[in-house]
Design a protein around this ligand. Structure first.
Ligand code: LAC
Ligand code: ZN
Length: 452
């Protein structure tokens, strides 16, 4: 038992300070390549007052605190790399308000994304953000990472839905930021600053989300292309011709092979595919035909397609798509996964470069994800020596930035990409990042070792 564990046990009690080895091990890692670190103590509050107490003690005794949702992050954001306490918010999981009249929901940070989606749907409204881990990921984590997902293409990322929140700073002070009306420009937008701050500035204890009216039931048009470059080109062609599906996702051949299973069997000769989610089942056939005509006219016809209107069949394909990351990991001895984004029309350039980088270093690659947003999960894979991954990633980032892109579309910087931050941001911007961190957490106790 560590000294910190003993201190916290005395102050917060055994219901809140966990002595369970399995939970402590869970709190040592996320879903990224970041190596696990066992924390000195794990605190699992059920009430904001306990969060206040922990963050007051952290300032008094100067120990690090790493906030955590359910550990589905992809950049090391919730790994306690400097030791100290992990603050796991999974027990604060109440939906406090669901208000279809005002189109808003107020929830605690441990509520899962899927739970809010289901509650919203039952009330006849819609919460669009849909990260692949939606069944298990927590909304607190979604806001901390500004999570995306396929539907960000039409509806935008988590940021667009956070109206306000309640947070606690190191020292234990709890306060509200933002507003409940959909509009509000009173003071600096601290809600926007905290969204995507990766748990480095404050801990969320309550979240106010905007909801929207429910769209028509979706169907899924899957387009198969003979070569990957055609699938990639089709993305911009469709957008240029004003098609605006709910989601527009790309899978290259290795990703299609990983996704293959009982509910999803792509043709063997497909070089790439697009998942095009269409709104309103009644209009699906007509829209589907219009998409196919449009691509044929533009000289980029798919070699095959499937229209899945049945929710079970569409759901099976989406399950396969959401599982690609895990299944790729299982197929290769080593995989490193990146999350770059470029202006959409430059995706063909990005994909061409990924192929060249992988070939040049004798690695495999797999690209899939949110092509409609110019955001691809680029994976380098090998069953041999993974030491060339770092060179591959450096080259990938160089190309991405030359194309006017960004290091991370939705997974965040965390521990894994922090050394590359100066490649993307000017010294003056980095100095402002540091100044912001100092203003909120001068002792660098809250989620240290992340982003900066
Ligand atoms: C996905 C996760 C990895 O899109 O972001 O599958
Ligand atoms: Zn993703």
């Amino acid at each position: 038992m560590t000294d910190l564990h003993t201190l916290l046990l005395r102050e917060l009690g055994p219901d809140i300070v966990c002595s369970d080895e399995a939970l402590t091990r869970d709190c040592s890692h996320d879903e990224s390549e970041q190596a696990p670190v066992i924390p000195d103590a794990v605190v699992a509050p059920t009430d904001p007052l306990q969060v206040e107490t922990l963050l007051r003690l952290a300032a008094e005794h100067r120990f690090p605190v790493t906030p955590r949702g359910t550990g589905t992050g992809k950049s090391g954001g919730s790994v306690p790399v400097r030791g100290g306490a992990v603050l796991t918010l999974h027990r604060m999981d109440h939906v406090l308000e669901l208000d279809p009249e005002n189109l808003l929901a107020v929830v605690e940070p441990g509520v899962t994304c899927a739970r809010l989606q289901r509650d919203a749907e039952a009330a006849g409204v819609f919460y669009p953000p849909d990260p692949a881990s939606l069944e298990t990921c927590s909304l607190g984590g979604n806001v901390a990472e500004n999570a995306g997902g396929p539907r960000a293409f039409r509806y935008g990322v988590t940021r667009e839905y956070v109206l306000g929140l309640e947070a606690v700073r190191v020292g234990g002070e709890r306060f509200d930021v933002g507003h409940r009306p959909v509009k509000g420009v009173s003071g600096y937008d601290l809600t926007a600053l905290l969204t995507g701050s990766e748990g480095t500035l404050a801990v969320f204890t309550k979240l106010i989300f905007k909801l929207i009216p429910r769209p028509g039931d979706p169907g899924l048009l899957i387009l198969y292309f003979p070569v990957l470059q055609d699938a990639v080109r089709a993305v911009t062609l469709l957008v240029q011709r004003r098609f605006f599906p709910m989601a527009l996702e790309l899978l290259d051949r290795p990703s299609l092979e990983a996704a293959r299973g009982p509910g999803f069997s792509p043709p063997d000769d497909a070089g790439g595919a697009l998942f095009c989610e269409l709104e309103g089942l009644a209009g699906n056939e007509a829209t589907g035909r219009a998409v196919l005509d449009c691509l044929a006219t533009a000289g980029c016809p798919p070699s095959g397609f499937e229209l899945r209107r049945d929710p079970g069949e569409a759901g099976a394909a989406w399950d396969a798509r959401r599982d690609v990351s895990k299944r790729l990991k299982a197929r290769y001895a080593h995989k490193i996964s990146e999350d770059v984004a470029v202006p959409r029309a430059l995706l063909p350039e990005l994909v061409r470069n990924v192929g060249e980088i992988a070939d040049g270093l004798g690695l495999g690659s797999a690209c899939y994800g949110h092509a409609g947003d110019g955001n691809l999960h680029v994976n380098f894979v090998t069953d041999g020596d993974p030491s060339r991954f770092s060179m591959a990633v450096e080259r990938l980032f160089r190309v991405t930035l030359l194309l006017g892109g960004t290091l991370s579309g939705e997974h965040g910087i965390g521990t894994l990409k922090r050394r590359f931050l100066p490649a993307e941001h000017a010294p003056a911007a980095l100095a402002m990042f540091h100044a912001v961190k100092r203003a909120w957490d001068p002792l660098d106790l809250l989620n240290p070792g992340k982003i900066l």
